[in-house]
Write a protein that binds this ligand. Structure first.
Ligand SMILES: NC(=O)C1=CN([C@@H]2O[C@H](COP(=O)(O)OP(=O)(O)OC[C@H]3O[C@@H](n4cnc5c(N)ncnc54)[C@H](OP(=O)(O)O)[C@@H]3O)[C@@H](O)[C@H]2O)C=CC1
Ligand SMILES: CCCCCC(=O)/C=C/[C@@H]1[C@@H](C/C=C\CCCC(=O)O)[C@@H](O)C[C@H]1O
Length: 340
């Protein structure tokens, strides 16, 4: 009896917590919540049990730019603000963020953000209320609505970045994998690694592959796909001293210069000429039409144990600015994400 009362109290408390955070209508979803995040499973079960009134308004948090970035971004460059989400119109869905991606490109794009703008970024979310047939309650989606705990988006919204379009988790994505991986090894950084190596470099048997920034989201997958040796400082050590004649270089980024635009990369023209090297810059998003098949392939490799992945997880929405600063100062090993 005592046990029952305690359970009832705990249960009521949890319900209050859940219904305070997100007000949802009861709906039975068969969504599989990943094993990796059991607390989400509990939250989801409680949500299914909580039949609350049909209000769509949620107190949402978001980070806006408080001051333009100057050098390495600072925590004080971001301001946490609260807002009420608007009521849903036809075709709208209310998303609750599960994971936020923090990526080096945000530093570059941050240059064009002004004070008051919501910080950009891709997220994995759960649909908690919906007036969209395409994305019913319980659907796990990827979206590009930035650093927000919740957002109302329209099913037909188009995002300026091709990689940040609203879409459901692919139907064939293994249920035992965390959907957070769609921000990492099976998502944009993983696709950059995959096509940078396979299409831009076109490695052949017997060749040696060097990877720069190999501890990160992109580099760590390149390394595994190619079974490579990790190089040192790329410009000086690898390009100048270690490239073989007719070597190919796929240039996807230049993270060491993002916080300091004054620093110019080193271009070793003599080496490029005498070794007849090919250097090709590329944007992973160019291969977007081929992403679904490559995502399926990488996910299969993970399930088969052929690819290992690491996530560098920051816990809690409030930690998002620190997580981005960590990425820009080399604090992460593997893909940096924030778990909300
Ligand atoms: N072209 C495209 O489409 C894409 C390009 N990119 C680019 O690829 C690169 C890697 O991205 P991603 O793997 O997602 O990033 P991560 O943050 O996951 O990894 C980057 C790695 O870079 C190193 N690093 C961080 N800061 C510095 C610094 N200031 N100077 C030197 N090294 C640093 C760190 O390694 P260490 O531990 O060795 O310090 C870190 O592990 C970035 O330049 C990014 O812009 C990424 C995605 C798409
Ligand atoms: C000097 C730029 C280096 C950027 C490297 C990087 O991290 C890229 C990430 C992309 C990002 C968009 C980046 C550039 C878009 C350029 C669009 C264009 O002009 O065509 C985002 O799409 C995810 C990554 O693919």
């Amino acid at each position: 009896m005592r046990c029952c009362t305690m359970y009832a109290k705990w249960f009521t408390l949890q319900c209050v917590r859940v219904t305070n955070a997100v007000q949802v209508r009861y709906q039975d979803t068969r969504e599989n919540v990943p094993k990796y995040y059991p607390d989400l499973r509990i939250k989801e079960r409680l949500r299914r049990l909580c039949w609350t009134s049909s209000s769509t308004m949620v107190k949402a948090k978001k980070f806006v730019i408080a001051a333009r970035f100057d050098g390495l971004p600072k925590v004080s460059d971001f301001q946490l603000v609260e807002e009420d989400t608007p009521e849903l119109k036809n075709g709208d869905l209310l998303c609750e963020t599960l994971f936020i991606s923090v990526d080096p490109y945000m530093r570059l794009f941050g240059r064009s953000l002004k004070e008051g703008d919501t910080m950009i970024g891709e997220v994995v979310s759960r649909v908690i209320e919906s007036k969209s047939q395409k994305y019913p309650v319980g659907t796990t989606v990827l979206a590009g609505y930035g650093w927000r705990t919740h957002a109302v988006v329209h099913e037909d919204d188009k995002h300026p970045l091709p990689t940040a379009q609203l879409r459901a988790v692919p139907a064939d994505f293994p249920k035992e994998l965390s959907p957070g991986l769609l921000l990492g090894v099976t998502g944009m950084p993983g696709m950059t690694a995959y096509f940078g190596l396979i299409d831009v470099c076109q490695p052949k048997s017997g060749e040696t592959v060097f990877v720069n920034a190999a501890a990160g989201a992109v580099g760590s997958l390149v390394g595994q796909i190619a079974k490579i040796k990790v190089g040192g400082d790329f410009s000086v050590s690898v390009l100048n001293n270690h490239m073989k004649d007719h070597g190919r270089v796929a240039v996807c980024g230049s993270i060491s210069t993002y916080n300091n635009p004054e620093v110019k990369g080193h271009y070793f023209f003599e080496t490029i000429i005498t070794k007849r090297l090919k250097l090709q810059g590329f944007i992973g998003a160019e291969y977007q039409a081929e992403w679904p098949a490559a995502t399926t392939q990488v996910a299969k490799w993970i399930v088969e144990g052929k690819v290992k992945h690491k996530e560098h997880v920051a816990n809690g929405f409030d930690q998002t600015p620190q997580a981005l600063i960590g990425v820009l100062t080399g604090k992460n090993t593997g893909k940096a994400i924030v778990k909300i």
